[in-house]
Write a protein that binds this ligand. Sequence first.
Ligand code: PMP
Length: 426
Amino acid sequence: SEMPAELRSKIERRENVLGPGYRLFYRDPLEIVSGRGAHLFGPDGTDYLDAYNNVPSVGHCHPHVVEAVHRQMQTLNTNTRYVQDSLVSYAERLTATFPDELKEVTFTCSGSEANDLAVRLARRVTGNTGMIVTETAYHGLTIAVSEFSPSLGTASPLGEHVRTIPAPDRLRHIADGDLGAFLAEQVRAAAEDLKEHGYGVAAFIADSIFSSDGVFADPAGFLQPVVEAVHRAGGLYIADEVQPGFGRTGADWWGFRRHGIVPDIVTIGKPMGNGIPIAGAVFQPELTEEFGREVRYFNTFGGNSVSIAAGAAVMDVVETEDLIGNARKQGERLVDELRKITADQDDVLEVRGAGLFIGVDFVTDRESGRPDGARAAAVVNGMRERNVLISAAGKYGNVLKIRPPLVFDDADVDRFLEAFADATKS
Ligand code: PMP
């Protein structure tokens, strides 16, 4: 369809003033003016089903969060260098959702800052600098963090102290073999190489749902031998929960729990404030003792009163609306139905995920299992034409990334499935 002249002119102004680094979603870019629940609305009132945004996790503009932020903004908004009961109460409530060992939290404004701090600490505690990540991982935008974010591509080179291991792509790497053992061996070899080059291992950091690698959740527990391998090599295990955290995987607040492991550090962000910037790193206190005494870490906006109010309100909603249970229930239904729809589609290798984090892996044919990014992009755009919003991930962009707000309800699932069946029909 022809783009309306008015929209074309808005996009031109945008490009002129923001430059080429700012990308738009979709072949047919989308203009939106408001949001509610799992829905976004265009200037003409068109209702788009949002099956992609995980930041507004409790729903776009959730009234309880809006009210809490509004009230706090009218009362006080300042930094963490004063005694404020709300800050401490929220930190206690948040850390109580983690395994006992993880007792302490530092607040930041972004996931990138949280990962940056986590790695700074891992370096100090281990005396090493080497990093191990999966081959299409994304961990953020600072210089330090972008150096171990291979999903940024060759224009943003990896650091010399960084080694990658394959994604936990069971079907393509080991079929019915032991995925955990395979990955642990990869970590062991990477650690060996880092030692030979004088870096040692500071940490293995992994997104617990491997979102940018292409969404890999199963078999639950495959991270256990990997964590053992990194510990044996003298490094820490950092669980990046920026994407899967806050209930999305449908079993617990945190995605790493599915693997039955206790990370040394966990980083959190995105859905934490439903759009108000708040993120953080959660530590085992032994790690921070020396660093905390000797290094001044002050993050001007990190953990400010309004961000904390948003964070507490998000936790209220996750609990009162049982959004972890809803993520599990709606996620299971989505996966079941998507598997039925694609059972006879030779271009879908598998439908996988946990809770409301679902991937659909497109291939040229099942026999070869060759990733087909063009097909996935066509489906993403086909869904957009049907007013349903998703995106794609993976090394070859061949995996649909379905990651709706956790308030996704029965009618939203029905509407999603109808659009999917229509958009993938051959
Ligand atoms: N880690 C992961 C797994 C992420 O997906 C992201 C953001 N896409 C980040 C870290 C960085 O978070 P932020 O954009 O808040 O800096």
